[in-house]
Design a protein around this ligand. Structure first.
Ligand SMILES: Cc1cc2nc3c(=O)[nH]c(=O)nc-3n(C[C@H](O)[C@H](O)[C@H](O)COP(=O)(O)OP(=O)(O)OC[C@H]3O[C@@H](n4cnc5c(N)ncnc54)[C@H](O)[C@@H]3O)c2cc1C
Length: 396
């Protein structure tokens, strides 16, 4: 069986690589492309990032899968995946929430007013969004969210708190899930709103994570939103959130960073000596490397199954759960192996001049747990596999 991409897809990858090579020549390239960077959101909204995103927009890379009527190209979603695959290979910002969950949801369910206001700005990379789903008591069990939206004149009055909102500190708009019917069953009383991030009553407090990824607590006090900024139908928010998460699972977890990390680990093994002997001659290191090489190949196949299922028009929820569970934990195992191989020098922070490999592995060791939590923890992925694939009952 041949798992390679088709000729047109490979040609597209070659074009993206050429685009990235061009961008690598710009003076601010290091600020925006850094394969050693473990965390995209420490980038914030630097001028370099804005310039890079605009260059992607000018090249026509935003909204490739959107309908032509909205400025898209109606290409299969795999092109957006392939673009993200090459961007993440070099540590550049991915096409993200605007083109993905916000844009796709607005195209499917948004009013003409919201489409006209937001879609052209997304295509030009002029606008950044933050996703406000998680709350202190609603993460894995997201449908328990409590942020209150009450009818008030021609709009809604919002009150409550969100947790772990990535990009809130630089986004322009908040894509916000709120409870609009407290009496309905929990999945049926949620709606989505678009709120300007600088609206009075919104207070953003940073949360620094183990991996230096800046995320935020957001407090929402008496924030009034005109009813025009309700997305789609009232109380249909849960359906829209689930649809968008399915989309995110397809394009978001790319394989290339695993491949790059493994190659860097191999280089480390080839270049490092311990007690005067090359690491590459140590039989336990060789055994571990052979095991990890096989695991990376497995992760690639799991990823290709997600793409294949999506290309057949299905919702790859089981495949995506298997891929996310395996790949995010493999990232951790690769970093763990590097720390083991390097010994005490591997534990030095990247700011320490004596840090091995510029502190890359120590940072990676701290940062890799994040992806086993964001967008559904490993336990939640296991629940999906147990329930949907194995038909195991949830409770006894
Ligand atoms: C880097 C990062 C960025 C994020 N960005 C955003 C963002 O932009 N917007 C946003 O809204 N959220 C964001 N999140 C939040 C993320 O979606 C939640 O952290 C995640 O869904 C888990 O929720 P929680 O933190 O409330 O943990 P909880 O749900 O409280 O889980 C705590 C522990 O219990 C386990 N657990 C919970 N339920 C079950 C179960 N049924 N069975 C077995 N085990 C279970 C979990 O696996 C976990 O180990 C981000 C998180 C991270 C780490």
């Amino acid at each position: 069986m041949n798992f390679d991409f088709g000729e047109q897809e490979q040609q597209f990858v070659a074009e993206v690589k050429a685009f990235i090579a061009e961008q690598a020549l710009s003076a601010d390239a290091d600020d925006v492309m850094n394969p050693n960077r473990e965390s995209d959101s420490i980038l914030s909204d630097t001028p370099a990032r804005k310039r890079f995103n605009r260059a992607m927009a000018e090249r026509g890379y935003m909204g490739m899968s959107w309908p032509k009527a909205y400025g898209g190209k109606e290409l299969p979603g795999i092109y957006e995946y392939l673009l993200n695959e090459e961007l993440s290979r070099v540590g550049a910002p991915l096409i993200g929430k605007g083109v993905g969950c916000v844009g796709q949801t607005l195209i499917r369910h948004g009013s003409e007013k919201l489409k006209a206001e937001f879609l052209p700005a997304i295509l030009k990379a002029e606008i950044e969004f933050a996703l406000g789903y998680t709350e202190p008591g609603a993460g894995s069990d997201l449908a328990s969210l409590k942020l209150k939206a009450e009818r008030s004149g021609e709009g809604w009055l919002l009150n409550g708190q969100k947790m772990f909102t990535t990009s809130a500190h630089f986004a322009d708009w908040y894509w916000l899930a709120a409870r609009t019917d407290p009496n309905a069953p929990k999945h049926k009383g949620i709606s989505l709103f678009l709120v300007p991030m600088d609206h009075p009553g919104i207070t953003i407090t940073p949360i620094e994570t183990l991996g230096e990824h800046v995320t935020n607590q957001v407090f929402i006090d008496d924030v009034w939103v005109h009813e025009d900024y309700l997305v789609g139908e009232l109380n249909k928010g849960w359906t829209y959130i689930c649809e968008a998460l399915d989309y995110e699972r397809f394009t978001f977890y790319t394989f290339s960073p695993l491949e790059e990390k493994f190659n860097a680990l191999l280089e480390l093994v080839n270049d490092t000596h311990r007690d005067g002997e090359p690491l590459s001659a140590d039989s336990s290191v060789r055994r571990q490397m052979a095991r990890l090489a096989t695991d990376v190949e497995t992760a690639k196949m799991l990823q290709r199954r997600v793409i294949y299922a999506a290309s057949q028009g299905g919702v790859p929820s089981i495949e995506a759960a298997e891929c996310k569970l395996y790949s995010t934990e493999l990232h951790q195992r690769l970093s763990q192996a590097a720390i083991d191989f390097l010994g005490e020098q591997g534990l030095l922070h990247k700011d320490d001049v004596d840090a091995a490999a510029g502190g890359k592995w120590e940072w990676s060791y701290r940062a890799t747990p994040l992806d086993t939590i964001g967008a559904g923890t490993s336990e939640i992925q296991k629940n999906i596999i147990a329930r949907k694939k194995l038909n195991l009952p949830l409770e006894y």
